[in-house]
Design a protein around this ligand. Structure first.
Ligand code: MG
Length: 449
């Protein structure tokens, strides 16, 4: 049985994600850690956060771990703290999921996401219910640390050229969506000398302003305010602020694939080295890497795969095409606050956000989904058919068919019983065509066509 998906475990709060589950996950972690070491436990702003955090604290103490309650903060803020002060972390968050949900995410001692094999071992303990139970005098010690977000902000300030940014006195509109980023982003920007205007900056887990996912259609007011106030750009976080998206100075949404590539371009101007991204990312990344004369490594989908590969090869930059950017000089995880500080560093040279987006190669994307019944068998058939046809195939994650002028990727979703089909090409029509080709192959493999 599986508990953890692509990004921890998530579901309806106080139903699937119950206090009992939080206690059992924490007990499992304590058992996995042989009742030794310190775990930092925090949560995002979701209403059920304190309830689930308390339950997780109880479980960890019962297993004999020391616990530091770090309160409410962004996932990257808690990850940074774990890296420096704990042996593991538990973050109560459902990231960009809807208001009603919550979730549990585990952090490894180096601050990166918990490794997959660790999750599997922990699941085994969870389902067997064979927990380590500390004797009464060895139940864990408990402390709190309210300084987590300040520590995080201070360290971002050290990882960018704060002096150059401060001189420019930027004006920035932020929409933190009532999530955990409300506790960090406005203050980080103020410390970078910015004039900050905020939307949804009350940390309120009922999310009265918008749902936690920063979709372009949910950010109309952010766009309007950027235009009305003549701001340099707009920024919006997801619920736990590991991701960030931007509006340029004209209030235009910056496509996240374009954001990823423009950041890669900037990093590579400063230092040459390999970069990393999942196979679902845009060909733009390959073009950017080729132009800079560096290697690009494609990984399976999931930020943990990107982060681990970056550590392994000493990459200078990595990230996903969903606003999840990883800067190794700061930490090996997606970090929305750090990404915003980096954007300011780029703009400090006098460029505008729209100048940066214009510099990135143009591609068109198409995507669709299709219900899946037997994903493993279907994927084997798709792969066999593609090889029969003599197509160039990449099977890092799902089946990616590579053509001279584009690609299509067919992969089973990690969270829903569906296949996702992505395509990319130099024209809109060709992207559609490649997407449909992928869908047709999938249907043939299923025998439904
Ligand atoms: Mg998130």
């Amino acid at each position: 049985m599986r508990l953890f998906g692509t990004n921890g475990v998530r579901g309806r709060a106080n139903e699937y994600i119950s206090p009992e589950m939080a206690t059992r996950v924490a007990k499992s972690l304590g058992t996995y850690m042989k009742s030794e070491g310190t775990v930092a436990i925090g949560c995002d702003t979701r209403i059920s956060g304190q309830m689930l955090k308390s339950a997780a604290i109880a479980g960890a103490l019962s297993a004999g771990l020391k616990v530091i309650d770090v309160g409410v903060g962004p996932t990257p803020s808690i990850q940074y703290y774990v890296r420096d002060y704990a042996d593991a972390g538990i973050v109560i968050t459902a990231s960009h999921n809807p208001r009603e949900d919550n979730g549990i995410k585990l952090i490894a001692g180096d601050g990166s996401e918990f490794p997959r094999d660790g999750e599997r071992a922990l699941e085994e303990i969870y389902f067997s219910e064979k927990y380590a139970v500390a004797s009464w005098e060895k139940t864990g010690e408990f402390t709190t640390d309210p300084g987590v977000n300040d520590y995080y902000i201070r360290n971002i300030l050290r990882s960018v050229d704060a002096e150059s940014i401060r001189k420019r006195r930027f004006k920035v509109v932020v929409d933190t969506g009532c999530g955990a980023g409300a506790l960090t982003l406005p203050f980080l920007l103020r410390k970078l000398g910015c004039e900050v205007l905020t939307l949804g900056a009350q940390a309120d887990g009922t999310f009265p302003w918008r749902n936690p996912e920063p979709l372009p259609e949910a950010l109309g007011e952010l766009s309007d305010l950027v235009k009305k106030t003549g701001a340099d750009f707009g920024a919006a976080h997801d619920g736990d602020a590991d991701r960030i998206v931007f509006m340029d100075e004209k209030g235009e949404f910056v496509n996240e694939e374009v954001l990823l590539s423009m950041m890669a371009q900037y990093v590579l101007e400063g230092k040459k080295g390999p970069i990393v991204t999942p196979v679902s990312s845009s060909q733009r990344m390959a073009d950017v890497a080729a132009a800079a004369g560096v290697e690009l490594h494609w990984t399976a989908v999931g930020s943990i795969n990107v982060a681990r590969k970056m550590m392994e090869i000493g990459a200078v930059f990595g990230g996903e095409g969903n606003g999840g950017l990883i800067f190794p000089e700061h930490q090996y995880c997606r970090d929305g606050g750090m990404a915003c500080a980096k954007l300011l560093e780029i703009l400090a040279s006098g460029k505008k956000v729209s100048d940066l987006t214009k510099n990135v190669p143009v591609y068109y994307n198409a995507k669709t989904k299709h219900p899946s019944k037997d994903p493993a068998a279907t994927m084997e058939k798709v792969k066999a058919e593609a090889l029969d046809l003599g197509l160039k195939v990449d099977t890092t994650d799902g089946v990616k068919l590579c053509f001279e002028d584009g690609w299509t990727l067919i992969r089973p979703s990690g969270t829903e019983p569906i296949f996702r089909i992505f395509a990319e090409a130099k024209t809109e029509a060709r992207a559609e065509e490649l997407m449909n080709r992928g869908l047709k192959m999938l249907k043939t493999a299923e025998g439904s066509e």
